[in-house]
Design a protein around this ligand. Structure first.
Ligand code: ADP
Ligand code: MG
Length: 629
């Protein structure tokens, strides 16, 4: 075959420098593209062989990645189907630039390298991001094929001539440009290969590594070892997600988790093996990590693969928002991986995948709940956050999760929403028929209020998680008919669940006014409003409460509920004085400022039980108390 020269048909004279520059930011993907081409070529020969269209030996299909620091080359070699000169012209020259005009038009809007490669089938050309000359040596599998050699120096002209390869397959030789010498480095290449090729289905060899082997015995009869060089296959060809769930034991899932996250401190709580082939193709394993505190929450831990080629760990549009905290892998050839974000969002496959994952996760949680309720309750502290987040953000998920979402009370008993409704609906019902759920956001601090509620035979939930200020609202809307949530310290207990019985105030109007003024004076604070109430005589004389509605608005503002206005308001406490308490009678009867002192003391006690008595107020309270005893 004689040397033939040709010109890549393209309108713009020199497009490579443009691509090179444009794609510069993530130029490491050249290796992903070339190695996946090598893998494709290897799998094609296997397929041809199994279809009986290739009768030769398939042989060893290991893909080799080598580099030569001195010659400044990186070579990717495969034993795949190879290409004839005609095929090189067709696949390498023509295809990529068949839409050259369109390309020139569109590359301007493209946002990243993936997009260019995906939209224009430029995988191979990504080599020019790091090389100023690329050579192909290839021998096709076809009977009587002659080896071909192609070379292109990054301009629009190429040369094709007879090549020197003697075995089936292809070498891609990159002559690394001056700006990209960072890639002529073992550690760097190893990193890139690990990232993109860790789970490719064909063996990928990169250099050699040394291990020790037994080497007889020394004079004392102890075994000796020698260090030997062995091939360094860098990938696991059949990662767990590509296997059938029935083939895998718990250990296998845990081992795969460690393979994915060698630095993870904890084992995952459980996992979901995704496996669907209609209406789209998707496999994967999602792990529920143990989350110890909010600071540890890490997004972007799910890795996205396409036919075992790593694509990205930014899965924002493919995985529902509330599941972004999960770990693991998703593999789908149907996700348009090489395109931009905005395109992904609009893609209908992506939407289907999204709702499929949501459904799968809900089903799995339900299954665990049904088959092992106790285990589920134990895991609740770790998974409750995901589930609540899911319920708040995804209606479809909420529908299912309503059945297994748990609430816990101060006795550490767990109930489903339905069970809890049944538990309290006859006891914690107020005169208007509202079912009042009492809850505590901080059982240690609100202990006095909890005790008061329990004294009435009421139950108190613990809602102390980061999402619970929103979740209370959810429970009121979806947790059962006429459900209201009130924090135990938001009013005195008889007001929290107001029954029909009428308690008479034993004070006259004049006495009431006097007590109120006396307290207001003793308290001497503008953020506290005194209110005289008709409560049972054996209730506390004074309690300090914070209105449920106002507090909730402020909580929501804090956690980003958008109620900016409420966030700026000061806390406004109510000081409930039990007008029927004997102490009030005593205060009324006392003289010489004694009443004011008693009022102050009772008020301070109320503050103390709320953890609100601090600093100099606490010091003078103690001093006053000592004087009194
Ligand atoms: P894509 O892989 O998306 O088709 P590429 O630009 O990466 O686009 O490759 C273009 C074509 O060149 C491939 O479809 C394949 O036919 C051919 N090709 C590239 N690399 C090899 C290889 N190592 N062995 C055989 N054919 C190859
Ligand atoms: Mg390709």
């Amino acid at each position: 075959m004689s040397t033939e020269k040709g010109t890549i048909s393209i309108h713009t004279e020199n497009i490579f420098p443009v691509i090179k520059k444009f794609l510069y930011s993530d130029n490491e993907i050249f290796l992903r593209e070339l190695v996946s081409n090598a893998v494709d070529a290897s799998q094609k020969i296997k397929r041809l062989s199994s279809l009986g269209q290739y009768n030769g030996e398939v042989g060893d299909l290991t893909v080799d990645v080598k580099f030569d620091e001195e010659a400044k080359t990186i070579t990717i070699s495969d034993n795949g189907i190879g290409m004839t000169a005609e095929e090189i012209k067709k696949y390498i020259n023509q295809i990529a630039f068949s839409g050259a005009t369109e390309f020139v038009e569109k590359f301007k809007e493209a946002k990243d390298a993936n997009e260019i490669i995906g939209r224009f089938g430029l995988g191979f050309y990504s080599a020019f991001m790091v090389a100023d000359k690329v050579e192909i040596e290839s021998l096709s599998y076809q009977d009587g094929a002659t080896p071909a050699h192609w070379t292109c120096d990054g301009s629009t002209s190429y040369e094709i001539s007879e090549g020197s390869r003697t075995t089936r397959g292809t070498d891609i030789i990159l002559h690394i440009n001056a700006d990209s010498t960072e890639f002529l480095n073992k550690a760097r290449l190893q990193d890139i290969l690990h990232k993109y090729a860790q789970f490719l289905p064909v063996p990928i060899r990169f250099g050699t590594k040394t291990t020790s082997e037994p080497d007889g015995e020394d004079e004392e009869g102890k075994p000796k070892y020698k260090s030997v060089e062995v091939d360094n296959i860098i990938n696991n060809m059949s990662p767990a997600w590509t296997k059938a769930p029935s083939e895998l034991k718990d250990e296998d899932y845990l081992a795969f988790y460690r393979e994915l996250y060698p630095y993870a401190m904890d084992e995952p709580l459980f996992w979901i093996h995704l496996n669907v082939d209609y209406p789209f193709n998707l496999t994967g394993i999602l792990y529920f990590p143990k989350i110890k505190n909010e600071l540890e929450i890490q997004r972007n831990k799910i890795k996205l693969y396409s036919r075992q080629v790593f694509i990205t760990d930014e899965v924002k549009d493919i995985v529902p928002e509330f599941l972004m905290l999960l770990h693991g892998v998703i593999d789908s050839p149907d996700i348009p991986l090489n395109v931009s974000r905005s395109f992904l969002q609009a893609d209908s496959n992506v939407k289907k995948i999204n709702s499929y994952i949501t459904k799968k996760v809900a089903d799995k949680l339900q299954e665990i709940f049904k088959s092992d309720r106790k285990g589920f309750e134990e895991k609740w502290n770790d998974i409750g956050l995901f589930i609540k987040y899911g319920m708040l953000s995804d209606e479809k998920f909420a529908e299912k999760a309503n059945e297994f979402c748990l609430v816990k009370n101060t006795e550490n008993e767990s109930y489903t929403l339905k069970e809890y409704y049944e538990k309290v609906k006859d006891i914690q019902v107020d005169k208007d028929g509202n079912i009042v759920y009492l809850y505590s956001s901080d059982p240690a601090q609100q202990d006095g209020y909890i005790a008061a509620a329990k004294g009435k035979g009421y139950d108190v939930l613990i809602l102390d998680g980061p999402l619970d200020s929103h979740f209370t609202g959810y429970l009121e809307q979806k947790g059962g008919e006429k459900v209201q949530l009130k924090r135990v310290d938001s009013d005195v207990i008889d007001k929290l669940i107001q029954k029909d019985e009428k308690i008479e105030l034993t004070l006259t109007e004049e006495e009431s006014k006097k007590v109120s003024e006396l307290f207001q004076k003793a308290i001497d604070r503008t953020d506290m409003n005194v209110q005289i109430e008709a409560l049972h005589e054996d209730e506390l004389p004074v309690s300090v409460t914070l209105d449920e509605f106002m507090r909730r608005m402020k909580d929501m503002a804090k956690t980003g509920g958008g109620m900016g206005f409420y966030g700026t308001l000061p806390d406004n406490y109510k000081v409930s004085v039990n007008g029927n308490h004997p102490l009030v009678k005593r205060i009324l009867a006392s003289e010489n400022g004694e009443g004011e002192k008693l009022a102050k003391q009772a008020f301070d006690l109320a503050l103390l039980s709320r953890g609100l008595l601090t600093g100099s107020d606490l010091t003078s309270f103690i001093k006053r108390s000592v004087e009194m005893i």
